[in-house]
Design a protein. Structure first.
Length: 823
RNA sequence: GCCGAAGUGGCGAAAUGGUAGACGCGCCGGUCUCAAAAACCGGUGGGGGCAGCCCCGUGUCAGUUCGAAUCUGACCUUCGGCACCA
């Protein structure tokens, strides 16, 4: 039952109608997608769900509107591929194995089976023959194949790097998977740890990933987020002299975007993890530095980066020389400097950087202003000055603008060999290794004599062993399976060990759209001929939370394939639309702990799939999300009931006596078709439904008057059903049959409108005096300006507001209003 | 803290420079009923007036404009995202 206190009583049984047509469509293969077809193709994809066990209303909110849009495209005459699959690898399956003793495969495939049933209840046009389940060897074999291709291109490499470590999941997390210092999956606070890992060189593609070059139509919001995530900044890498310290390294390299402020350097700060820290620290500072380093490694990166956190740091006892003025500056370490960005070392310019300013204040370091705003009177700074100005206290560069200073100093630095212009990115390489069982085994072997080798293509897939140790040991569960680990080197025949890590599941989702095209193809990840005709994806829909992970990885992946000549397109998803989040009744997030999760099965079994579909599309703009309301669904149920009632009436009862009623009805019909067509095209489902409601309200009115022509009535019913078909596929199919039409409504084209028939004959001319509405006049469309003004001015109501005052001017907006301006 | 989006009836919303509140929920009144539910019909931003009508009203304050929910600036609030990026 819905949460509403009253239940709308329907004049038909939606549940049996759902069942009847879902079975019929399946039997007839109505939704099977042909590969070779006259029609233009349209590949519309919704982000595939993780098989967590049960479909919740959020899944419906993602899938029902996207299905309606795909159906609309099909009715526009496209051959539409709107597939579904399961993002079936991942940690929850492993957690279930650990906590409940169920094998991840069993847990996952049980859930998949259940969710298949629930997904069918939506009544979407999924072609189940094209389903992709990426935990099956048929799929993950190609993950391995792609991995090897990337490896051969030099895009996959191993590195020992500090990684984010979740002590609860006992696994490495991508930087992008950490939320507020906590593990995205389990919520535990993360720490850091060094491990030998596989990476993909996404940083090689940073510039190309920044180039959206009109190829793709994505929301600006997502583009901005990707832009910020990649975080390109141009500057100068400048080294400071530490030759006097007597260690092997003669300089410290820093990166700055403000080389113009180099004369304002009063200290250097290294990241605590910087390799030079140990060597340069003097004996009397050793204990303090070591303690600080240890603490920094314990602190999660997110905490270190917290803006509210007070700056901390310690002096190493060492000094470096600024080569531009040979000043001696102290070297500190502080956790506000990150080893993973730039060179892991920063030149401290407190006068012109807010963080350096704060640091200098705290440790009483000198603050020297070297950029002077025009109005500067020489007084001391109260905060860092970040703006433009003239170079001062900067030797030969004094008097230049700071922009000129950047160029002049960069030139000189390069000439002297102290550094070079450089670009720095925030984005880091994609860490692909996971110390988990339920993922794609990384297809590499380690041979004592031949070193690191990829598995031969003919030996793929490297199958996941079924007998793994799931209890977390800190190692990959695969390491516990001797028969998996121990293998033979195909190069020398000697003993070798397999890589025991598995792949990040973002690997699966980076290319799954390709697999939908030819899911059963055996000779490659995708049939090249079909790839040519289907790819890339025309329309992708899904949550905005994937803005910087999945969507960026996939773009990188496809660009890498493009470079290898494997695909002929550079962007996987041409158009993107992000739906909002469905909330609970009181605008709160839905969660199991709150107990406010709406189970679609419960609602659908009472009011049918169509009412749920339509309600979700009616609550508001799709991209804004909104609250689920049990009572709100009553409105849609009532409306579908009215549609039913209208459709099954016998139009012979009408006498069509009023020509004007027929004219009005025909006009409204064509206006409604125009409105629905344009709204559905742009995912504006809510206003499309509202306009259909207006049409049904009108039809009820004219029926009561009996004044409309029977043929026109039938035409209205037919077109209303066609317009509603993408949103309410079951009821419309049933009514299509009951009104004597040929099966199936879903093979018909969307109605078209006639601009002439949609055109209004009269409109309401608004008459304003000084911008305030004072009268409304019904006038014919195309009324001449002079006549409209005449009518407006002679309106008695307008006259009473003019009160004899002189008219300064009148503003005329054709088809809308006359504004009379007085005094 | 920074970035982005958004603030409109009791509620979900519509209108993106020109009639504010379409459409729907809820509520109120009516029809039907012994009664209720359902269904159907009518009403429903606030204030004033017997009424014709009038005034006010789209987070706040300014501004631009003949005219602003819509554009600009500042502020407040909420929601998303996040990077102390040197």
């Amino acid at each position: 039952m819905t949460s509403g206190s009253r239940q709308v009583e329907l004049g038909f049984d939606p549940v049996s109608i759902d069942r009847k047509w879902q079975e019929r469509w399946e039997r007839d293969g109505l939704n099977s997608v042909p590969d070779n077809d006259e029609r233009p193709k349209w590949f519309e994809m919704t982000m595939y769900p993780y098989p967590s066990g049960d479909l919740h209303i959020g899944h419906w909110y993602a899938m029902a509107p996207s299905d309606a849009h795909a159906r609309f495209r099909r009715m526009q005459g496209y051959n539409v591929l709107h597939p579904i699959g399961f993002d079936a690898f991942g940690l929850p399956a492993e957690n279930a194995a650990i906590s409940r003793g169920i094998h991840p495969y069993e847990w996952t495939m049980d859930n998949v089976e259940n969710m298949r049933r629930q997904l069918r209840s939506i009544g979407a046009i999924y072609d189940w023959d094209r389903e992709v389940v990426c935990c099956l060897p048929d799929y993950y074999k190609w993950n391995q194949w792609f991995f090897i291709k990337l490896y051969e291109q030099g895009l996959a490499y191993r590195a020992n790097a500090p990684v984010v470590w979740c002590p609860s999941c006992i696994t490495v997390l991508a930087n992008e998977q950490v939320l507020n210092g906590a593990c995205e999956r389990c919520g535990a606070m993360v720490t850091r740890r060094d491990l030998e890992q596989w990476f993909f060189r996404i940083t090689d593609y940073a510039d190309r990933l920044l180039d959206f070059s009109g190829l793709i139509e994505w929301p600006d919001k997502i583009l901005t987020m990707q832009n910020n995530w990649i975080g390109k900044s141009t500057g100068v890498e400048i080294s400071f002299d530490i030759g006097s310290l007597g260690i092997e390294e003669r300089e410290i390299r820093t990166f700055t975007t403000r080389i113009d402020t180099i004369f304002g350097v009063t200290f250097i700060v290294l990241a605590p993890e910087h390799p030079l820290v140990e060597q340069i620290t003097t004996p009397q500072h050793k204990a303090e530095v070591e303690e600080y380093v240890a603490q920094a490694r314990r602190t999660s990166e997110i905490d270190r980066l917290s803006a509210d956190k007070e700056k901390t740091g310690v002096f190493t006892g060492a000094y470096a020389f600024n080569r531009l003025n040979w000043e001696r500056v102290p070297i500190f370490i502080s956790d506000y400097v990150l080893m993973t960005y730039g060179t892991g070392a920063v030149m401290g310019v407190p006068a012109h950087d807010a963080r350096d300013f704060e640091f200098a204040r705290k440790y009483r370091l000198p603050i020297r202003q070297v950029i002077a705003p025009i109005s500067w009177d020489g007084s001391e700074l109260r905060e860092a000055y970040l703006g433009d100005g003239f170079m001062t206290n900067s030797g030969a560069y004094d008097g230049m603008t700071n922009d000129e200073g950047v160029e002049a100093i960069s030139d000189d630095v390069e000439k002297q060999g102290w550094g070079k212009r450089a670009v720095s990115y925030r984005i880091r390489d994609w860490l692909i290794s996971r110390q988990r069982y339920w993922g794609t085994p990384i297809p590499m072997i380690y041979c004592e004599s031949c070193g690191v080798l990829p598995v031969r293509e003919e030996d793929l897939p490297v199958l996941l062993p079924s007998n793994a140790e799931f209890k977390p040991t800190g190692e990959s569960p695969l390491a516990a399976s001797a028969e998996f680990v121990n293998t033979t080197c195909h190069a020398c025949g000697g003993p070798a060990r397999r890589e025991t890590d598995t792949m990040d599941t973002f690997m699966d989702s980076s290319w799954y759209m390709m697999r939908y095209v030819s899911p059963h193809f055996q000779d490659g990840p995708v049939d090249p001929e079909l790839a040519k005709s289907w790819l890339p994806v025309n329309q992708y829909t899904g949550g905005a939370e994937h803005a910087v992970m999945h969507l960026l990885y996939s773009r990188f992946f496809i660009k890498a394939l493009y470079d290898m000549g494997m695909v002929d397109f550079e962007e996987p998803f041409l158009r993107l639309y992000n739906q909002g989040v469905i909330l609970g009744q009181d605008h709160e997030k839905m969660s199991k702990s709150r107990g406010n999760v709406v189970a679609p099965d419960d609602v659908v079994s009472v009011m049918g799939a169509d009412a749920v579909r339509c309600y979700l599309m009616f609550i508001g703009p799709w991209d804004q999300g909104g609250p689920w309301s049990g009572e709100g669904t009553n409105g849609i149920a009532r409306w579908l009931n009215r549609v039913w009632d209208i459709a099954i009436r016998d139009a012979a009862a009408l006498d069509g006596s009023s020509g004007s009623a027929s004219r009005d009805t025909r006009r409204l019909l064509h206006q409604t078709v125009r409105k629905c067509y344009n709204d559905l095209d742009r995912f504006k489902f809510n206003t499309a439904i509202a306009s259909m409601m207006e049409l049904t309200n009108h039809l009820n009115r004219v029926w009561a008057e009996g004044s409309v022509e029977p043929e026109l009535w039938d035409e209205c019913v037919e077109k209303l059903l066609l317009m509603l078909a993408p949103m309410a596929p079951h009821v419309t199919e049933e009514l299509w049959e009951r009104t004597g039409h040929e099966y199936s409504i879903h093979r018909r084209e969307f109605p078209v409108w006639d601009e002439e028939l949609a055109a209004d004959e009269v409109f309401t001319l608004v008459v304003q005096v000084n911008g305030k509405v004072r009268d409304k006049l019904e006038v014919p469309v195309g009324i001449p300006e002079a006549e409209a003004q005449q009518l407006a001015l002679s309106s008695p109501r307008v006259q009473s507001f003019l009160d004899g005052k002189a008219v300064n001017k009148t503003v005329y907006v054709p088809g809308r209003l006359v504004n009379v301006v007085v005094q």
